[in-house]
Design a protein around this ligand. Structure first.
Ligand code: ACO
Length: 426
């Protein structure tokens, strides 16, 4: 027998049994209760307790600090896989065998170049444009170059455009970075894997061939794996929401980039660095913490809507910090970050609210050590998150339960007012 929830509304005496499936009730089932004229609904700003889809891509247990992609623990993927393997896993549900991986890598390599005319679009941006705005606009512009993306119900067209987007994101990100530095663009190098090629497109100078330190390539792979997907977060929800009106992947992903840009989401790693710089030295940490406790500022890189435990990604990144610093030398802000973390893990303000370091707390330090300016940090999040957005987009498009996203509101404004002509307005 189905699990049922009994509800009784004493004001009208109406009683009903609502079916419980997957620990949820269907919100439309509440409509049978009338509150005056209005059907009963739920009020949930920020989707604090509302599931919007079924998904088999990413599993998070925020209480226990668990993150799995398609059932594989994140720590194991970060240790043993490459980013492209993980992207394949997210999209297809299974890890690729050697032949599948070789085909996938080849497909991505073939699609790395940007359309020529996009260079003209890039040239039109101000020299100091934030690279996230360049990314957002250029990804939206991809739809003009690849209009077959509108055939998203055709699996072959969908797969091709997913591969195109994943392949081109590092190139676009590197071009946006080099534009800011007024350096000539570096085209993709087919001899390099995804992350190595990205580093080469970013940092190649006059050398005949740029060769990155293996430890840096591996750190990039790990960071990309950790950022690849995170179930129904703000940007993924933006992707799904824009897809829900029948949009192509590029338009939808561009919305995701916009959502990711905000300082409460992907922009947090940029905000962490700014915060660490403002604090400046370990002796100023207690004063900063007092400000946080007084509600004057937030401790960026701390807290998460879902994790009420140490973010498992933050643990892995902490290890990468050491590997990267071995190559680049230690960033002096690390000490400030470590001191903040010590307070965060021991002070009652943070402990009672279950605020722990999140993925952004240490990633900015790595990015800075690698030579990225803070405005590139969110770009470095958007590049790998593209595979997650694409997997979520694909799942959405093929889910018969999904509809155009259209939440309800509780209207609190005036009603049916008498129009006031201009000459009578005070
Ligand atoms: N510093 C200080 N206090 C905090 C912080 C923080 N970073 N985060 C939450 N709190 C406090 C709030 O003030 C609130 O306290 P109160 O109950 O006394 O009012 C309580 O903890 C709950 O916070 P909410 O804002 O209600 O939690 P919510 O789930 O809505 O927010 C969020 C989650 C946005 C991530 C928040 O913790 C935050 O702003 N963190 C800093 C920004 C950040 O690091 N974002 C990256 C998230 S990870 C990612 O997107 C990849």
């Amino acid at each position: 027998m189905a699990d049922m929830l009994q509800i009784r509304y004493p004001a009208t005496g109406v009683e009903a049994e609502l079916a419980i499936t997957d620990a949820t009730i269907k919100a439309p089932d509440l409509r049978q209760f009338r509150i005056g004229e209005e059907p009963l609904a739920t009020f949930d700003p920020g989707f604090m307790n509302t599931a919007v889809c079924r998904s088999s891509i990413t599993y998070i247990d925020g209480e226990a600090g668990i993150l799995e992609y398609r059932g594989y623990p994140i720590a194991e993927l970060a240790e043993k896989s490459t980013y492209l393997e993980v992207a394949y896993l997210l999209l297809n549900g299974e890890l690729p065998n050697p032949a599948q991986l070789a085909d996938w890598e080849l497909l991505i390599t073939e699609h790395r170049m940007l359309p020529d005319k996009l260079r003209t679009v890039l040239a039109g941006f101000p020299y100091d444009a934030h690279p996230m705005t360049i990314l957002m606009a250029s990804v939206a512009a991809f739809y003009s170059f690849y209009p077959d993306a509108r055939n998203f119900e055709d699996p072959a067209a969908r797969d091709l455009n997913i591969a195109r987007l994943i392949a081109k994101m590092p190139t676009l990100a590197a071009f946006a970075y080099r534009k800011g530095k007024a350096r000539p663009y570096v085209n993709p190098d087919d001899n390099y894997g995804y992350c190595h090629n990205f580093l080469a497109m970013l940092f190649k100078q006059n050398e005949r061939r740029y060769v990155a330190d293996d430890r840096l390539v591996r750190a990039m792979e790990v960071l990309f794996i950790l950022h690849a997907d995170h179930e129904q977060n703000c940007s993924t929800n933006a992707v799904r929401s824009v897809a829900s009106s029948g949009n192509d992947l590029y338009t939808s992903a561009s919305a995701g980039i916009g959502a990711l840009h905000g300082p409460l989401h992907g922009g947090a790693n940029e905000a962490v660095l700014k915060m660490l710089r403002e604090i400046g030295s370990v002796d100023r940490v207690p004063e900063f913490i007092e400000g946080v406790k007084a509600g004057k500022v937030r401790m960026m890189g701390f807290g998460h809507r879902v994790y009420k435990n140490y973010d498992p990604r933050a643990k892995i990144i902490k290890k990468s910090v050491e590997d990267v610093f071995e190559v680049t030398g230690v960033n002096p802000l690390l000490k400030v970050a470590q001191e903040l973390e010590k307070y965060g893990l021991n002070d009652d303000y943070f402990v009672s609210r279950r605020l722990y370091p999140n993925v952004d707390f240490y990633s900015g330090l790595i990015y800075e050590a690698l030579g990225f300016p803070p405005e590139m940090f969110t770009v470095l999040f958007a590049v790998p998150r593209t595979s997650g957005w694409a997997a979520q987009y694909q799942e959405f498009i093929t889910d018969p339960e999904q509809k155009i996203m259209r939440p309800k509101q509780i209207y609190t404004g005036a009603r049916t007012r008498e129009y006031v002509p201009m000459e009578q307005r005070g």
